[in-house]
Design a protein around this ligand. Sequence first.
Ligand code: PLP
Length: 403
Amino acid sequence: MTAQADYSALVQRGLSLDLTRGKPSPRQLDLSNDLLKLPASYRAADGTDGRNYGNLQGLAELRELFAPLVQVPAERLVVGGNSSLALMHDTIVHALLTPVPGATRRWVEEPEITFLCPVPGYDRHFTITERFGIKMVPVPMNADGPDMDVVERLVAADASVKGIWCVPKYSNPSGVTYSDETVRRLAAMPTAAPDFRIFWDNAYAVHHLTDTPDELADLPALAAEHGNADRVFVYASTSKVTLAGSGVSFFGSSPANVEWFLHNTSKQSIGPDKINQLRHIEFLRDPAGVAAHMKRHAELIGPKFELVDKVLTERLGDLGTWTSPKGGYFISLEVPHAAEVVAKAKAAGIALTPAGATHPYGKDPDNRTIRLAPTFPELDELEQAIEGLAVCVRLVAEEGLIS
Ligand code: PLP
């Protein structure tokens, strides 16, 4: 059958499938249902009454539990609310309004601020910087992280470059984990701006899909070794460990940065939700508890990643290339005319993340990248969606050949 005939049949089926966002499935959320019955005690180990105001930095036991997982010592971790994205957003607001350690002035006083954006990247990072009028410069992603020759050149040449967005492990959307050499170069590189910051969004630190997890070099430690301790802002959360809407988030950094962050946060809040923190301590217990829990997630979503790989291999052949990540939440598919493919899929009832979303300002200059988020649908729906997507890729390729 021609792709056109397959596509007509696909449209006739009247599908309504959604692969747009990296959400955990209901079965994944069920893994954490015991949280709904916790905490058994509202007292922290040090006697803190979790019901009351206070403890801006968050409970020590929870910081100790996550410290090894996010590579920041407990005393330099801050526990936030349910969203690490909110912490990233607010860090930028703080930097605009209060000089970060090492800065000569507030970012709002700078004539121009630039952030480097490894692409393909996470659309919500780009939305934050775009909101504040921060200029975004794309940097190509390689198999071992951002192209460091480009990064080093840009940060050395231009003092307006104040930041870089990084998802260093099982990156969104390519699944890439930064190599040791990439991390070392990020830690060591000279920057024209004294107040340059790496926004190290380690969202998928513990989200392995295999028994041979990727290892990520310790950027905070390496940066400190190179005399750049203040360069790194670390973020993470349990959004995809426990409950996406009701997890806990983390900010970690150097002593000076943590003091700066808490000073600013103290103007916003009298203290975080410590009942939710206690709930997470009781439920996850220790790093081994987190690892065991993440294995259960992998059992649910591993087959989904395998299915996408299988269908794309069978149906696309050399019409596209895609990643086979060892962890995280996304697959990055590269095909010609990505926007047209996404539009055809939409018309057939298959919602995909808009083409271009993986790039700053929503503009993918090569019109090639489509982010696939396989975790939410169950296997049968996922199979229908990827089969349908493959029909759309073939159709667009066929139309391209004909016209
Ligand atoms: N960072 C990355 C790289 C993500 O992919 C996501 C969600 O998809 C988030 C952050 C959102 O994190 P949170 O739920 O903690 O705000």
